[in-house]
Design a binder for this molecule. Structure first.
Ligand SMILES: Cc1cc2nc3c(=O)[nH]c(=O)nc-3n(C[C@H](O)[C@H](O)[C@H](O)COP(=O)(O)OP(=O)(O)OC[C@H]3O[C@@H](n4cnc5c(N)ncnc54)[C@H](O)[C@@H]3O)c2cc1C
Length: 523
């Protein structure tokens, strides 16, 4: 099958864990085109080093994993979504092992590791710290055996095509900058997260919120956009990407030290370095603010731990830091918080159906409510597998809507010419603004300022012609959605922290935020 043909049965935008898992489910029912905007290896899934959680040990039970998930979600998880995740998770994992996924074992037994906020040892690792890469390898290998699946790289989706109120395809920009259209019976957005809204992020460069922005522009509802998880410990070096230094390092005994070399976490939380992510991130932001340095950092310190076990347990982290001349066993590691995971996204039911007929979403781009106000670490790869498969199963029913034969819609000419400096300037401006005013710690005044600033940029976003200007437009729109939701939620909950409303307000806000067009509601 030709890559990116004009017509297919199912269109899957995104070749990460959620998109590939959905495609495998769909292949039995018809032709599936899976599109990725860059190489298939350029996804956040590829970057996931930690692992994925599953209640597989004799001491563990699904209800304990559920309790931990609900408690991390701070009252806002959709319990049915969380149950589906954890009840179906082990089956999805076993299937993946059957398809060739490698996992760390002691002799023949799977190693189940501890992780912060998990009450039992239940995190499965692959090659020490390459969980996502190994999941992708197994899914890609399985997809290759299914002749109905075509995976097309460098196909950039610009917007959904909607006819008579039903999503029936996609507008695309090919690698050469040619405009194309594809029609399908159903479209799945599995475009990942939106970390690139922020100056500091652990996400891949692809995480520009394209799916959320495309769905919103087409008229779908988005939900829980205010809940952005900030990873406390991302490598902070000018020349280096914001590589995650996972909490397992703190689990192994690493300390956080400020510029004065004081171990500061014990004064913020009884669990010190093992406090929840958001507590650690806020404590770090405070330490950075009170420091008088021009470009302050906090240090992660493993120098008191035994060298060999650290190297053996974290080979990829060790090797990556060595590329930047940091030996994690002898040197302090400069770190800062960075945007890491979006709990919100395109609002869907538990079958992946968005609020527009013909449109589905799964993975980080979707909001099923499974993570509530804060994701339990290591639940999101599992989410991609479980809800990707569920969406795929449901989409099969859409086959009765034969792909529409569409007239070509008139569109402006595109170009993939050199990225103009103006676009990069605007992206940086938005990223700085989001970091400053819609970041780890928020206030009503700063959020209002951010919204006004973003609105003044709107006219410059109106005419996207290149991939990068499309990405800029999506970053801008997704940024507005995050800021609007954060302003409306006048309380603190999970990953959303407002200085002016530091407590929960269950009466008004034990609900999901939902935005459609200009209206925002809580339900
Ligand atoms: C550093 C890091 C470590 C992590 N570690 C863990 C962990 O240990 N355990 C865990 O459970 N979770 C972890 N996570 C989170 C987890 O990796 C992600 O939530 C998950 O992989 C998202 O998968 P996805 O399929 O939804 O999206 P992604 O894997 O991000 O895939 C998105 C796909 O969409 C495509 N795409 C996007 N926009 C377009 C467009 N406009 N046109 C065409 N294609 C498009 C991209 O090319 C890509 O193929 C980690 C995240 C990070 C950043």
């Amino acid at each position: 099958m030709k890559c990116a043909p004009a017509e297919t049965d199912f269109l899957v935008i995104g070749a990460g864990v959620a998109g590939l898992r959905a495609a495998i489910e769909l292949a039995a029912a018809g032709r599936v085109a899976v599109l990725a905007k860059r190489e298939v290896t350029d996804s956040t899934t590829q970057l996931a080093e930690g692992g994925n959680a599953a209640a597989l040990s004799d001491e563990d039970e699904i209800h304990l994993h559920l309790q931990d998930t609900l408690s991390a979600g701070d009252g806002l998880c959709n319990p049915d979504a969380a149950k589906a995740l954890l009840e179906e998770g082990p089956e999805r994992m076993e299937e993946l092992i059957h398809w060739g996924r490698d996992l760390d074992r002691h002799r023949t037994k799977l190693v189940l590791a501890p992780e912060g906020a998990h009450s039992r040892n239940r995190v499965l690792h692959a090659h020490g710290d390459s969980a996502g890469r190994e999941i992708l390898r197994a899914l890609q290998a399985k997809a290759k055996t299914l002749s109905n699946i075509s995976v097309c790289e460098f196909e950039f989706s610009t917007d959904l095509r909607v006819e008579g109120g039903r999503v029936c395809g996609m507008h695309l920009l090919s690698e050469k900058g040619e405009q194309q259209e594809m029609t399908a019976s159903a479209v799945l957005l599995a475009t990942g997260g939106l970390g690139q809204l922020y100056r500091n992020t652990t996400n891949s460069a692809a995480a520009t919120g394209d799916g959320v922005a495309m769905a919103f522009r087409a008229g779908a509802e988005v939900s829980d956009m205010e809940f952005i998880q900030f990873h406390p410990t991302a490598l902070y070096l000018r020349s280096a990407p914001r590589f995650v230094l996972p909490e397992e390092l703190r689990g192994e005994g690493a300390y956080l030290r400020n510029l004065e070399m004081h171990r500061f976490m014990p004064k913020y939380h009884p669990m010190a370095e093992l406090a929840p992510h958001d507590v650690v991130a806020r404590a770090m932001v405070h330490e950075l603010e009170v420091s008088r340095a021009k470009d302050p950092v906090v240090y992660l310190d493993l120098t008191h731990l035994n060298t060999q076990p650290v190297k053996a347990r974290f080979p990829r982290i060790y090797a990556t830091c060595m590329q930047f001349n940091i030996d994690i066993t002898t040197d302090l590691i400069p770190v800062r918080p960075a945007a890491h995971y979006a709990m919100g996204g395109i609002r869907t039911d538990l079958e992946g159906r968005a609020t527009l007929p013909g449109l589905y979403a799964a993975g980080e781009a979707a909001a099923t409510g499974v993570h509530g106000a804060n994701r339990l670490a290591s639940n999101s790869l599992l989410e991609g597998l479980v809800f990707g498969a569920r969406a795929g199963r449901k989409m099969r029913e859409a086959l009765r809507h034969a792909p529409a034969k569409l007239e070509k819609s008139p569109r402006a000419a595109y170009s993939n010419g050199p990225v103009d400096a103006g676009t990069e300037e605007i992206v940086r401006e938005i990223q700085d603004l989001m970091w400053q005013d819609v970041g780890v710690v928020r206030t009503g005044a700063a959020l209002q300022r951010a919204i006004q600033h973003l609105e003044t940029l709107s006219p410059r976003m109106a005419h996207a012609l290149t991939r990068r200007t499309y990405e800029a437009r999506n970053i801008h729109l997704a940024g507005l959605l995050v800021a609007r939701s954060a302003l409306a939620r006048e309380e603190s909950r999970g990953a959303h922290y407002r200085i002016d409303f530091p407590s929960h307000n269950d009466v008004k806000f034990l609900k999901h935020s939902i935005i459609k067009g200009d209206s925002i509601r809580f339900a």
